[in-house]
Design a protein around this ligand. Sequence first.
Ligand SMILES: [Zn+2]
Length: 412
Amino acid sequence: VPPSLASHEQKLVELIAARAGSLVDDLRLHVGLPTGGGNHAALDGTRDRLTQRVQRLGASLELVLGQSKPDWLYEPGAATAGRHIPPTAICRRPAQALHLRPILLVGHLDTVHDPAGPFRQLTISSDGKSATGPGCVDMKGGLVILLAALEALEEAGIDAAWTVMFNSDEETGSFHSEPALRAEARRAASAGGIGLVVEPALPDGSLVVERLGSGQFMIEARGRSAHVGRDFQEGVSAVTALARCLLAVADLPEPARGKIANIGPLQGGIAANVVPDLARAWGNLRYPSREIADELASGLESLQSAPGDLPAVTVYTTFNRPAKPLTPPTLHLAELARAAAADLGQKLPFGKTGGVCDGNILQDEGLPTIDTLGVRGGGLHTPQEWIELASLVERCQLLALLISRVARASSP
Ligand SMILES: [Zn+2]
């Protein structure tokens, strides 16, 4: 054990090392619960198991029903099963002492994997060093270490004030859980707290300190249908109108400034001999700041037609995942994490990504947040998703030590 750990920290680290076997067992259990594709049964079962464990640590439980999602956000072919709105669990555990900094811990229960597909179980490699399984790094491994870290802190007698939130729709944009995430982030921010999210680390173990934001849009063009052979001139093509809009959207991106707009999927027309009266395109936006999000918004809004025009063009947008720039309080928090890693003999480089997560939403409410405190692995969102098994203990130790130190650190 490195000499830089205080004796209570050393005890904490040893308690977690002793849990190595149960961390793998717990991961096997949770990977085997197929929480992808809006599968309520597995989401409810996972939520029950996790919330029961945090309630045993003295936390209260509140289930918040989510807001509904606008119809246009469902892309063509989207599973109707996804339209069920799952609740978000909020488990609050006050500290014994009053002066401790509140910590908001957030994890998602859902995965991207087909609950009825062939990729269903945790399979450990022949050398025992890694395993594959749906959601093993994103983020069942993170959930498993989160629970174990809180239990080990309790067992070591280390006091902390924490709130744990489990949502079930992160992989589809957190539309349902966003109001609950924002409300809890505001509450923690106003009390000088911080946010920690157990998304997987980058492959080299890096902590992401900076993220682009992500938004969605849908362009809908309406025209007038007509038989191509008999009344072509009576027709107004929605597909042609949409195509003109898409060329304009293709001119929006400036990747060097982090300004990104992607188009797809598309839908339009019903038969080749009918002038199409309806066409739609969906797309995704990425941006490093509110300013660039506003530029994208005005670029899209300019495509809308005037009232009464035919073809009629309507643009729908949502910028639900704000950018997460590196702010001084977040850098301060990341440096606390790096110091804790160094005291454990681990390296914690900093990185950035265009990917988004719930950390974007938390920080947008003024809560300094770091969000890649989960386990190491790779192949996220693919049938090759894998976890480096040693990272269960290592990252659990890091998370627990960070919670213990942040709880006592003064606000930056
Ligand atoms: Zn994730």
